[in-house]
Design a protein. Structure first.
Length: 263
């Protein structure tokens, strides 16, 4: 039986890599979403899937009132969604004191409420079928906060709280949740990150440029889905050290994180 997989943020980065990786599997139908329809069409063509197995569904995660209708379009087109990959999001490169509240709200609407609204729109159909999976692309900073990422970290922490609770509520109905915590992945996320005023940074962070290839990240995510894992870290040595220090030696972590340059 075919699987319908919906990916947000599918026009670049991890989402694009996941689209290509999923497309290699037999009997997969893909729904590709992001804001830029032209880029989605490019990715759709590059998957080499036949048109009847693809749906390009542009959306803006920050526009929550439009999302239930998008979910209905997805369900009407293929009749179901088996795996919802919440990958779309925006990052931040600004101090909390310098970030406008309007920018904070856009980050939260995009990263958290967008995923929440789509989940609630799809959940009734999954519960009725007693089958479904949410793959949530969080971040290493979903485990800890660092300078210049205050609201971004908050949005990722919120995803963990919501989806861990959802997993505990819906496991009897065979609804599964995989939390994915990437560290630095070689994508354009830092280029598109918000400064405090809402402008994009426009430059690639050095750590991002040296990060794990998006294709490798995608393969690890698919392997985790196959293994029925509930949470994975896909990160380099520094990010993994941060995760373990925060968990087991929080005072030491607090001292070390203060050394991060903020200018």
């Amino acid at each position: 039986m075919s699987q319908v997989i919906w990916i947000t943020g599918a026009s670049s980065g991890i989402g694009e890599a996941l689209a290509y990786a999923f497309a290699k599997q037999p009997d997969v139908q893909l729904i590709l979403s992001a804001r830029r329809e032209a880029e989605l069409q490019r990715v759709a063509q590059a998957t080499r899937l036949p048109q009847e197995r693809l749906l390009v569904l542009p959306l803006d995660l920050s526009q929550g009132d439009t999302l239930p209708q998008k979910a209905q379009q997805a369900l009407s087109h293929f009749g179901k969604v088996d795996i919802m990959v919440h990958n779309g999001g925006v990052s931040q490169r600004a101090l909390a004191k310098d970030t406008l509240v309007t920018v904070d709200r856009i980050i939260m609407e995009t990263n958290f409420f967008g995923a929440l609204i789509l989940t609630k729109a799809l959940l009734p159909s999954m519960l009725a079928r007693k089958s479904g999976r949410f793959v949530v692309i969080s971040s290493s900073v979903g485990k800890f906060g660092t300078p210049l990422r205050s609201t971004y970290a908050a949005s990722k922490h919120a995803l963990h709280g919501f989806f861990d609770s959802l997993r505990a509520e819906c496991w009897r109905e065979n609804i599964k949740v995989l939390m994915v915590c990437p560290g630095y992945i070689r994508t354009q996320v830092s280029v598109n990150a918000f400064l405090g005023t809402g402008e994009k940074q426009g430059t690639m962070d050095e750590a991002q440029a040296k990060g794990i290839p998006a294709e490798v990240c995608a393969e690890r995510i698919i392997a985790a889905i196959r293994a029925d894992k509930e949470e994975i870290n896909i990160a380099g040595a520094k990010e993994m050290l941060g995760i373990y220090l925060k968990r087991f030696f929080p005072s030491l972590f607090s001292k070390l994180v203060r050394q991060i340059k903020v200018t």
